[in-house]
Design a protein around this ligand. Structure first.
Ligand SMILES: NC(=O)c1ccc[n+]([C@@H]2O[C@H](COP(=O)([O-])OP(=O)(O)OC[C@H]3O[C@@H](n4cnc5c(N)ncnc54)[C@H](OP(=O)(O)O)[C@@H]3O)[C@@H](O)[C@H]2O)c1
Length: 260
């Protein structure tokens, strides 16, 4: 089966392409570097020729409100138009658990717009809602840092390894379209402040985490369960302590992380 992975060079995309190839599929890693650009449309028609499934795990290079909205709207419209022309049978997109509860943020408004375009299109689809990646924890710490202090609310979070996200998305891509949303999450729940405190301690980062119930998550007011998936979420296997003990070169992304 030919599966085109848009964003196939990214944190999730590179892992997904490897896993699909291990399962014997023809997985095409599509990104601007390989001559496929969903914003300009360059290379899309050629890449999609003969594809059964398209998986979109791309991300916007800019997370400024207007830029990220333009990215996901333009990219998704271009993709869906080219998929219809190529008679692609399944569009899979990766989005974030709780997107509809996080609309104070321009990033999540853009993800919501992406999801709405997919739902309104004629292409059979599956949307995977994942919780925050372990690889994203440093990004949460960085955006919440003021001087030497990291202010975070003690809300619940159920993060997961990028490897497990890629496996879950791969299974969804190989299955039939659900024409709906599938939630995936990590095997354990944490309080956000404690999770970041543990991460920084193990990485020997001197910043101090201050528990502040009024602090925001990425500029968004969140309540205790806003970031959690529902009871039917498919759970990844990798525990946080196992991931933390891996060599950082394997565990960390080399790319910037989105506000997800
Ligand atoms: N961070 C989290 O905790 C989290 C949680 C749940 C869901 N998500 C979602 O997961 C998705 C993937 O995130 P990620 O961290 O794996 O992303 P990433 O590592 O930043 O990778 C982004 C990918 O998009 C590609 N790309 C950028 N502009 C493109 C364009 N115009 N045309 C085609 N490809 C383009 C990039 O290609 P180049 O390498 O050539 O730039 C790269 O392959 C995002 O949509 C995000 O919303 C994230």
């Amino acid at each position: 089966m030919k599966i085109v992975v848009i964003g196939g060079t990214g944190l999730i995309g590179s892992r997904l392409v490897r896993k699909l190839r291990e399962h014997g599929h023809e997985a095409v890693a599509a990104s601007p570097d390989s001559g496929v650009n969903t914003i300009t449309g360059e290379g899309l028609a050629e890449a999609l020729k003969g594809a059964t499934v398209v998986v979109d795990v791309s991300n916007s290079p800019s997370w400024e409100d207007a830029a990220v909205m333009k990215f996901f709207e333009t990219s998704t419209r271009n993709l869906l138009t080219h998929e219809a022309a190529a008679v692609v049978g399944h569009h899979v997109a990766l989005s974030v658990v709780g997107t509809d509860r996080l609309l104070q943020s321009g990033y999540f408004r853009a993800k919501m717009a992406q999801e709405n375009l997919i739902k309104a299109s004629s292409i059979p689809y599956s949307i995977a809602h994942a919780t925050q990646f372990f690889e994203f924890i440093k990004g949460i710490a960085d955006i919440s840092t003021d001087g030497n202090k990291v202010r975070l609310p003690p809300v619940l979070i159920q993060p997961m390894a990028a490897d497990d996200v890629a496996s879950a998305v791969g299974r969804i891509a190989m299955g039939s379209p659900v024409n709906g949303t599938v939630e995936v999450g990590g095997p354990e729940q944490f309080h956000l402040d404690e999770l970041v405190r543990r991460y920084l301690a193990v990485r020997k980062d001197p910043r101090e985490v201050v528990t502040d119930p009024h602090a925001r998550y990425y500029g968004i007011e969140v309540s205790e369960r806003t970031l959690l998936p529902g009871n039917n979420a498919r759970l990844g296997e990798t525990r946080f302590e196992t991931w933390l003990s891996q060599p950082t070169g394997k565990a960390q992304s080399t790319k910037p992380q989105a506000a997800a």
